[in-house]
Design a binder for this molecule. Structure first.
Ligand code: ZN
Ligand code: ZN
Length: 477
C-alpha cells in the first residue's frame, strides 16, 4: 500500500483552481518550432503503415482508448504522392463542418472556487465545456483538428505520432504550420481550438514506472519526443499512462522513476504540462489506479505548475470510484480534491463502463449505456470544475469509423451530453429513461452491439500479445 502523500504537499503547492500557468496557456507567444535534430524525411508524423484497425471500436481488446492512426483513403498508392495531396482534404473541409455544439454556453451553477488550473485566468466570462473526441492524425496532425470540427466538437485528443511505434519521423515544418493555423480563432481563419482545448494522448509503449535503466531510457526518449511534438504544435496538455512496476519494484520506486521523467522533461522541453492519467486495474502492478498514487507522484514533481491529472471515468469506476448518482459523484470528486487537489485536474476522458464498479476491467462503453449511466455524465457536464478543460470521448464506434470519416457516434454523444447538461434537476428523473431509450436505439442503429462471448479472462494470454514479461509493452488499461 503506497504511503499516503501528505495532502498538504499537493494541495498547498497546487494553486487552488487558479493557475500559475494560466497566462502562459492563452497568451504565450507560440514557441518557435525548432528544427529537429533527427533524421528528416517527408511524412507529416503520420505513420502510413499502421494497420487500419480502428479506433475505439473495441477498446476492450485494445486495452484502452485506442484510436489507431489510420488513413482516410484506401492504401492503394505505394508511391510517394504526399506533396500532391490537396489541403484540406475535401471530405474534411471546414465548409462542411456542422455548427459547433455547446453554444450558447450552458450557465453553470455559480461556484466560489476559481476555475481549474492549466487554463486561462478566471474571468466572469462563461466558459464552454470543451467536449470532443479522440481524432485521427491521418494525413498529418492538422487532420485531427479538421476531424474534430467535422464532429462539432469543442475539444479533442490526438496522438502526436503512431502510438505503437517507438520512433516516428519528425514533423515537416508545413505540418506544424497547418496545425497552428487551424488552432487559431475563426476570425483569424482557424477552427478555434485554443491550446486548453487539446489534450494529446501519449504513446502506449511508454512505461516510466519500470526503473530498469535501459528500458526506462527507451521509454523516456519516446516520452520526451511526444512532449517535444506538443511543444512544436503549440499544444500545452500532454496526457499519458504513468506506467507499471512490471513486478520488478515497489510502487514507491515506480513513483520515483515516473517523477524523475517528469522532472527531466520539464527541464528539457519548455511549457508543456504533463498530465498523468488515472488507470483501471487497482491491485495490479499498474501505477495510478488510486488518487493516493497520483498524489504520490505529484508530490515528487518539482515544477507543480506543469503537472496535472486526467481522470478517465471508466478507469475511475473500474478502480472503485463511483459516479452513478449525484451523491456518489460528489463523494468521488470530494475525495479527489482532498487527496490530489481540484487544481490539478487538467482533463477528462469520458467513457461509460461495460464492467461493474470496482471490477478492475477497462471496458469502455458508449455514454450512458454502461454501468455508470447518464446521471453520472450529467453531473460532469454541470460541474463548473469541468469547464474549460478538454473532455474527451473514447467510446466504442463502428469498425473503421475513423477511416471512413464516420463520426456519427461521437457527434451524437457530444449532442447528447450537451442536451442532458441543460436539463434541470426537477425534470431529470422524468426525462432520464426516455432519453436513454432513445439514445440506445440510435446507438444500436449506428453501431449494433456485437454478440460477444464473456469478456476474456485476465489471466488468459491474449492471443498475439506480449510475453507477460514487460507489460510496458501494453498495459492492460
Ligand atoms: Zn481505458
Ligand atoms: Zn489513456
Amino acid at each position: 500500500m503506497p504511503p499516503r502523500p501528505r495532502r498538504s504537499t499537493a494541495s498547498t503547492t497546487a494553486p487552488k483552481r487558479e493557475r500559475s500557468t494560466s497566462s502562459s496557456l492563452s497568451d504565450a507567444p507560440p514557441p518557435k518550432p525548432k528544427a529537429s535534430t533527427k533524421a528528416k524525411t517527408k511524412t507529416n508524423g503520420t505513420d502510413k503503415k499502421v494497420k487500419p484497425k480502428t479506433a475505439l471500436a473495441d477498446d476492450a481488446k485494445a486495452g484502452d482508448d485506442d484510436p489507431t492512426v489510420i488513413e482516410d483513403e484506401p492504401p492503394k498508392k505505394k508511391t510517394k504522392t504526399a506533396k500532391a495531396k490537396v489541403w484540406p482534404p475535401p471530405e474534411l473541409s471546414p465548409e462542411n463542418h456542422p455548427p459547433r455544439n455547446g453554444y450558447p454556453i450552458f450557465e453553470l451553477p455559480s461556484t466560489s472556487a476559481s476555475p481549474n488550473g492549466a487554463l486561462p485566468p478566471h474571468t466572469t466570462e462563461k466558459r464552454p465545456m470543451l467536449l470532443g473526441a479522440h481524432t485521427s492524425i491521418a494525413g498529418g496532425p492538422a487532420g485531427a483538428l479538421l476531424r474534430a470540427g467535422k464532429a462539432g466538437a469543442n475539444g479533442l485528443a490526438l496522438f502526436t505520432k503512431s502510438q505503437r511505434k517507438w520512433a516516428s519521423n519528425p514533423y515537416e515544418p508545413e505540418a506544424i504550420e497547418r496545425f497552428r493555423d487551424l488552432m487559431k480563432p475563426k476570425e483569424q481563419g482557424g477552427l478555434g481550438y485554443p491550446p486548453e482545448s487539446i489534450l494529446v494522448h501519449g504513446s502506449y509503449l511508454i512505461n516510466l514506472g519500470n526503473p530498469d535503466e535501459t528500458k526506462w531510457n527507451t521509454s523516456y526518449e519516446c516520452f520526451k519526443d511526444d512532449v517535444y511534438r506538443c511543444h512544436q504544435l503549440g499544444i500545452k496538455l500532454y496526457n499519458w499512462h504513468p506506467g507499471s512496476t512490471v513486478g520488478a519494484c515497489t510502487k514507491e520506486e515506480s513513483f520515483a522513476s515516473i517523477a524523475k521523467a517528469i522532472n527531466r522533461v520539464h527541464k528539457e522541453v519548455p511549457e508543456v504540462v504533463t498530465v498523468i492519467e488515472n488507470m483501471a486495474n487497482a491491485g495490479s502492478n499498474i501505477v495510478g489506479t488510486a488518487f493516493s498514487e497520483l498524489a504520490s507522484i505529484i508530490a515528487l514533481v518539482e515544477d507543480k505548475s506543469r503537472v496535472r491529472v486526467c481522470l478517465d471515468t471508466c478507469h475511475l469506476f473500474a478502480s472503485g470510484y463511483d459516479l452513478r448518482t449525484e451523491e456518489t459523484y460528489a463523494e468521488t470528486m470530494k475525495k479527489f480534491d482532498e487527496e490530489v487537489g481540484n487544481g490539478y485536474l487538467g482533463g477528462m476522458h469520458l467513457n461509460d463502463s461495460k464492467a461493474d464498479l470496482a471490477g478492475n476491467k477497462d471496458l469502455h462503453e458508449n455514454i450512458g449505456l454502461g454501468k455508470i449511466g447518464l446521471t453520472g455524465f450529467r453531473c460532469i457536464m454541470r460541474d463548473p470544475l469541468m469547464s474549460g478543460i478538454p473532455l474527451v470521448l473514447e467510446t466504442p464506434a463502428p469498425e473503421k469509423a475513423l477511416e471512413t470519416g464516420d463520426f456519427a457516434i461521437w457527434m451524437r454523444e457530444i449532442k447528447l451530453l450537451y442536451e442532458i447538461q441543460g436539463i434541470e434537476d426537477e425534470e431529470w428523473s422524468n426525462k432520464k429513461d426516455e432519453i436513454e431509450q432513445r439514445w440506445r436505439k440510435e446507438r444500436d442503429s449506428i453501431n449494433p452491439p456485437k454478440e460477444k462471448g464473456p469478456p476474456k479472462s485476465k489471466t488468459a494470454p491474449k492471443g498475439k500479445k506480449k510475453s507477460k514479461k514487460d507489460d510496458s509493452e501494453e498495459d492492460e488499461d
